[in-house]
Ligand binder design. Sequence first.
Ligand SMILES: NC(=O)c1ccc[n+]([C@@H]2O[C@H](COP(=O)([O-])OP(=O)(O)OC[C@H]3O[C@@H](n4cnc5c(N)ncnc54)[C@H](O)[C@@H]3O)[C@@H](O)[C@H]2O)c1
Ligand SMILES: O=CCC[C@H](NC(=O)CCC(=O)O)C(=O)O
Length: 488
Amino acid sequence: MNSLYIAGSWLAGQGELFESRNPVTQQVLWAGNGATAEQVESAVQAARQAFPEWARRPLEERIGVLETFAATLKRRADEIARCIGEETGKPLWESATEVTSMANKIAISVQSYRERTGEKSGPLGDATAVLRHKPHGVVAVFGPYNFPGHLPNGHIVPALLAGNTVLFKPSELTPKVAELTVQCWIEAGLPAGVLNLLQGARETGIALAANPGIDGLFFTGSSRTGNHLHQQFSGRPDKILALEMGGNNPLVVDEVADVDAAVYTIIQSAFISAGQRCTCARRLLVPQGAWGDALLARLVAVASSIEVGAFDQQPAPFMGSVISLGAAKALMDAQALMLANGAVALLEMTQPQDQAALLTPGIIDVTGVTEREDEELFGPLLQVIRYADFAAAIAEANNTQYGLAAGLLSDSEARYQQFWLESRAGIVNWNKQLTGAASTAPFGGVGASGNHRASAYYAADYCAYPVASLETPSLVVPATLTPGITLI
Ligand SMILES: NC(=O)c1ccc[n+]([C@@H]2O[C@H](COP(=O)([O-])OP(=O)(O)OC[C@H]3O[C@@H](n4cnc5c(N)ncnc54)[C@H](O)[C@@H]3O)[C@@H](O)[C@H]2O)c1
Ligand SMILES: O=CCC[C@H](NC(=O)CCC(=O)O)C(=O)O
């Protein structure tokens, strides 16, 4: 099978054979070979060759190609949503929202490009000061499996818009969505070499990140891989690295008047996408005492009734599966370990069928666990921590190496102001779910969640570098000469 797209041609990978499966039925959806280091090198050369022509195209022409891509996505939306659903396990209603986000990214990126990296000029002395931006050149984009369309798209669209050429290395768990996305780009008329697809697992990623021909790497994925890349790029200030990584996100609940609204918001924060969003609430901070007990009882009751099912099940489930049987097992093992270490299951996460990666929502009270691991558990497992007072809640919220998202459910504006000031995260919400961040805002975290290169609306910033110019059409001798110079 021709799994790679290099220099405008589909060709077979010569690396390891791998496949993707429907996580519920285990049906094989895609199989192909990954790219070897030599194939990575030939893709880098193709992108390098295509770069000058693409970068010099008038901006409006590049925008034209991007807009045709958006139109293609809209026309093929059902097919793409189905592909996302079957490869990730995401319910169809949710996969459809991912395709919409992909198409919306184009207009948002154009607006952001003009606003943040556009051209500005004004008089400075006898010259004109002009600020323009240039693309970096050849950039690599690494995607995660949880949003196989939307998140790589969030790097690819602004990168191409700025005039870069791209090497796209998708997650090895979602090659089919990546292939379909690239087909849409080809249909939109993207010239050969401007976007190259390098399928493959870790080895392909390692070869691409290590290739000396790339000018930058835009990564969305786990903190573990991101940290590794950060170390690999240390001492390389000449290369731009944007890291969008995971979180161990806290959601603090205060004694609010509307308990059902709190429960609904907690569920949307913790269990949407089967807990596989980087912004999902992982730690729920609940006040000690009777009010907190009642909130948890209601949360457990509602969470127990959440529909979990295959991506195309009708009526539609709220939660689909996790990405694979391996991921389901790792989550079940993590829960078992926490229970063995003294956690109390308020609602035990279960895997009803051994051969399907469907997990039911889990809610575990870890307050009594002395050595709590500060790790992202990427699935439908919410850890509850009971707090004595608001200061303790904020301290616990910040008790993490990560800093992606943090939220407060409270009827008190004063408490929100305190929470906003004292919490440390790139997304801080009040009475809104932690998930579902807007593409019209910057998106990124601090601490172990990112390297201060926010994506979404601010992706334009890492896709181009500023060039400041002083310009005047004729060279003249200034009216006053610097002391010590005589023109005789
Ligand atoms: N902050 C964000 O915007 C954001 C968004 C979505 C997902 N995420 C995070 O992504 C994670 C889930 O995605 P994942 O499991 O696919 O991430 P991952 O880190 O396992 O993989 C991401 C990509 O890196 C590649 N890769 C893996 N090891 C590599 C190495 N040593 N060198 C080079 N490339 C390598 C993979 O093949 C894949 O393409 C979660 O931690 C989630 O929080 C973050
Ligand atoms: O899994 C991580 C992304 C989650 C998602 N965030 C965004 O879509 C950010 C906006 C963008 O990148 O355009 C979410 O918050 O649900």
